[in-house]
Ligand binder design. Structure first.
Ligand code: ZN
Length: 475
């Protein structure tokens, strides 16, 4: 991406927390000042924002770029079935396929007001060349991103039927076509360390984190090594956590205590961790998360679509756990509209909670999608419109029907608008979307190239297709 960092003066924008319009001055990638009638520095580019709402760019704190070729492929699938079906669509990708899959997701996010993402990438074994490609996708698109490298050294025992229920076909297929066969811990750790050394802080806005796929699929040594690496190299750690009831049961059986109690006991849990889902966390685990400051990342659309559970959001908020939201991948949630996730985290519990004072508020939901996500990315200067903050912001066109009449911008942001009125998107002080059009990527060419990729990937993965069919017959 060649859009340079600019000095920008946004004139007369509406802000959620101000009655009157205000100007926003952006210099060297940061918000330099906010207030009425700011003086324009020489050579500042002016943006007329009358009838525009300025908000911080949203942070999608859990996504999988490899799944972006798979919207519309997995209705009425539970977690076990979807996980294997998804292998057929994501394993053995070419570099071009990895790149396009990430870029079409970036386009969807930027054009709907999301400026940052944590990409839990990929799932199967990978190499440095794959990391280079996905980092290049974010650099080209102009997004802020964490590439969270997904590693594991144990079996995916949560998604295969118990041994006594396995068919002979499945046993046979797993021997030859298992794309999720673990590789030695040392190899994974060496690879992640090399990727961090080579790509972390690319373009000043792309981070690389270690990311255990799911702690229940990892040895204690691997989890501790991720925590140590994060401390040493100043990164976060991203993971899935207790998405399904099966994962909670496996943890209890393996450790004689809950997953989070175990992680804390072995020294592999801290405020550097962000944990996607948290559907099955127990009371003691919630207390640990609050005490340690680990971030819970909710993905309510994904959870509801595949029936994996409902996160105890009011309890986590009540315990002081930092909370964020994500979309999850396109197999379990076919769009990347983060406003949908904000709405669901606000209303998911209302029918079951008689005391309306305990309901999640609109402000809670917005905080999760901005400052909460920023915490998960280890970016304390992100997610707010204040002087000194990183200049990632979005201008929404208030003349669009979703905003008229404008009674309460925050409520209409969470419950009404769905990204369709995004006019201008700025990331790191650079304009990346203008009048609703992406400036950084040739959208037409990317979409044309991505259209016909999937059949080729599927034909490469016949071995894992046999596993997916055998599992689907059993669960
Ligand atoms: Zn996920």
């Amino acid at each position: 991406m060649n859009v340079p960092s600019q000095t920008l003066l946004i004139r007369s924008a509406r802000l959620m927390d101000r009655a009157g319009p205000a100007d926003i001055l952006i210099e060297a990638g940061r918000i330099a000042a906010i207030g009425p009638g700011l003086a324009a520095p020489p050579a500042a580019r002016m943006i007329d924002a009358r009838d525009r709402l300025a908000t911080p760019g949203l942070v999608n704190a859990h996504w999988h770029s490899p799944m972006q070729l798979s919207p519309g492929t997995s209705d009425r699938m539970n977690h076990k079935v979807f996980m294997w079906e998804n292998q057929v669509d994501t394993a053995n990708r070419s570099q071009e396929e990895i790149y396009l899959s990430a870029v079409i997701g970036c386009l969807q996010m930027l054009k709907s007001g999301t400026t940052s993402v944590i990409d839990h990438f990929p799932e199967q074994g990978f190499g440095l060349d794959d990391v280079a490609t996905v980092v290049r996708a974010y650099a080209d698109c102009g997004m802020r991103a964490v590439v969270a490298l997904r590693i594991f050294d144990g079996e995916y025992s949560d998604i295969v039927p118990p041994p006594d229920r396995m068919s002979d076909e499945l046993r046979e297929a797993l021997k030859t076509g298992n794309t999720l066969a673990p590789r030695p811990m040392r190899d994974s750790l060496d690879l992640v360390r090399a990727a961090i050394e080579k790509f972390d802080r690319t373009a000043g806005r792309i981070r690389v984190f270690p990311a255990p796929s799911n702690p229940v699929r990892c040895s204690d040594a691997l989890l501790v090594a991720c925590q140590d690496m994060a401390e040493r190299l100043d990164t976060g750690v991203h993971c899935h956590l207790l998405e399904t009831r099966t994962q909670a049961e496996l943890a209890a059986r393996a450790y004689g205590r809950t997953m989070v109690e175990h992680m804390e006991a072995i020294g592999a849990f801290s405020g550097r961790w962000s944990c996607a889902h948290c559907n099955w966390v127990s009371g003691p685990e919630i207390a640990i998360m609050g005490r340690r400051g680990a971030v819970a990342v909710f993905n309510p659309e994904s959870n509801l679509k595949i029936g994996s559970g409902i996160p105890p959001i009011p309890k986590l908020l009540g315990a002081g756990v930092p909370c964020a939201v994500g979309t999850d991948g396109a197999s379990t949630n076919d769009n990347l509209i983060l406003q949908d996730a904000m709405q669901l985290v606000a209303i998911l519990h209302r029918a079951g909670e008689a005391d309306r004072r305990r309901w999640v508020t609109v402000d809670d939901a917005i905080a999760m999608a901005t400052t909460g996500g920023a915490k998960a990315m280890l970016e304390p200067e992100l997610g707010r419109l204040t002087p000194g903050a990183k200049a990632d912001l979005v201008l929404y066109d208030l003349s669009a029907p979703w905003w008229v009449p404008l009674n309460d911008p925050a409520q209409q942001f969470v419950f009404g608008e769905r990204g369709g009125s995004v006019d201008t998107v700025i990331v790191d002080g650079r304009i990346v979307v203008e009048q609703g059009r992406a400036l950084t990527i040739d959208e037409k060419a990317v979409l044309a190239a991505a259209k016909s990729i999937l059949p080729g990937v599927r034909s490469r993965n016949a071995g894992v297709r046999a596993i997916a069919e055998a599992v689907a017959a059993l669960v």
